[in-house]
Design a protein around this ligand. Structure first.
Ligand code: BGC
Ligand code: CA
Length: 343
């Protein structure tokens, strides 16, 4: 009899503990512990995106949601990132925001998250669809590479049509080179393909002179561009870069070689980073395509709250159930200033 009473007491106690741990306590604010892992904070766009994310997440505290944000930088190593995610989980994260180093290698992180039942919001570096199917608590926030490529192509076509000086040798064709981001990144190949296809569809005759892989990086782009200028001297009329930093690196190369304005090609980037927007305002960059970091950061913060609190998820709009894509915007000298610290 005594034992039974004791057991019943234990059951009530453990029930109460369970309720305490899992039940909704609407009278108290949710505590959100966000663990953020990024592939490389020295990447200019990622650095700016992380600043926006930090701002958005800290803003939640002002809305009465207690939020703690921890950010880890993998500096380009997937192995480091796996360890960092493990530590973020041990430190108590209840939501993870992951910018994969290797977008084809998320399995270890997915396993860790699933074992600990912590939802994951991947961002900017999109895992392949197959991996996104590994668990139903995996989400993605980013933008559609194709749209940015099409917009870059449209901007270039508009410029070429409006300004006959772009075709400097007047052969009716535009001699161009491409600066590409990391091989294997969803934004590299797709942006290049769509920018070039769009130009062709717009009736612009093109001649590809060369391309260089510069891994999103300004200094590498400067090197690649110096080599291409070495091979093609002043034949290059158009530079399509997969991001602003590489477009700026190409401009650096021409500056370093003291090439005068009359022999400069037109340059196009993607991102609308602070430096990219300034270069558009100064007419160094003919145009760029805004990669909406503010929108992406806001969507991630909203999704993080919904996933931790279990409330509001049904009001969010997803593609294929678990993807959020923010639109890109075309930028020229006419609207660049509006985007600089506009949001
Ligand atoms: C941006 C690049 C950035 C890359 C990092 C792309 O969406 O356009 O600037 O380097 O993401 O993953
Ligand atoms: Ca030409």
């Amino acid at each position: 009899m005594k034992i039974k009473k004791y057991m019943a007491g234990m059951l009530i106690l453990s029930g109460a503990l369970l309720l305490g741990a899992c039940g909704k306590r609407t009278d108290e604010p949710e505590e959100i512990y966000v663990g953020v892992a990024c592939y490389n904070e020295s990447d200019v766009f990622i650095g700016e995106l992380i600043d926006c994310l930090r701002e958005q997440l800290n803003g939640l505290s002002e809305d009465g949601l207690q939020t703690t944000v921890t950010i880890r930088d993998a500096a380009g190593s997937q192995r480091t990132q796996n360890d960092q995610v493990k530590a973020l989980i041990e430190e108590g994260s209840n939501i993870l925001c992951i910018n994969l180093v290797d977008r084809a290698d998320p399995s270890e992180i997915i396993d860790l998250a699933r074992e600990n039942n912590i939802p994951v919001i991947f961002f900017n570096r999109e895992p392949v669809a197959e991996d996104m199917m590994q668990w139903e608590q995996l989400y993605y926030v980013g933008a559609k590479a194709k749209q940015s490529g099409v917009m870059q192509g449209e901007l270039a076509a508009e410029r070429i049509r409006a300004d006959s000086r772009v075709d400097r040798n007047r052969d009716g064709k535009i001699q161009y080179v491409v600066l590409e981001g990391e091989p294997g990144h969803q934004d590299s190949i797709i942006r290049t393909e769509n920018a070039v296809d769009t130009l062709k569809n717009e009736g612009i005759e093109l001649e590809k002179l060369s391309y260089g892989i510069a891994n999103w990086n300004r200094a590498q782009a400067q090197n690649r561009m110096m080599q291409m200028i070495g091979q093609h001297s002043n034949e290059i009329e158009l530079v399509l870069a997969n991001n602003d930093d590489m477009a700026l690196g190409a401009i650096d190369a021409y500056a370093k070689l003291n090439i005068t304005e009359s022999a400069l090609p037109v340059f196009f980037g993607i991102d609308g980073t602070d430096a990219g927007l300034k270069a558009v305002m100064e007419s160094q960059l003919a145009g760029t395509v805004y990669n909406d970091k503010e929108g992406q950061a806001a969507a991630m913060a909203k999704l993080a709250v919904a996933l931790v609190s279990g409330e509001g998820l049904e009001k969010m709009e997803f593609e294929n159930g678990r993807y959020i894509y923010l639109p890109y915007y075309k930028i020229t000298i006419d609207n660049a200033a509006d985007f600089l610290n506009f949001f």
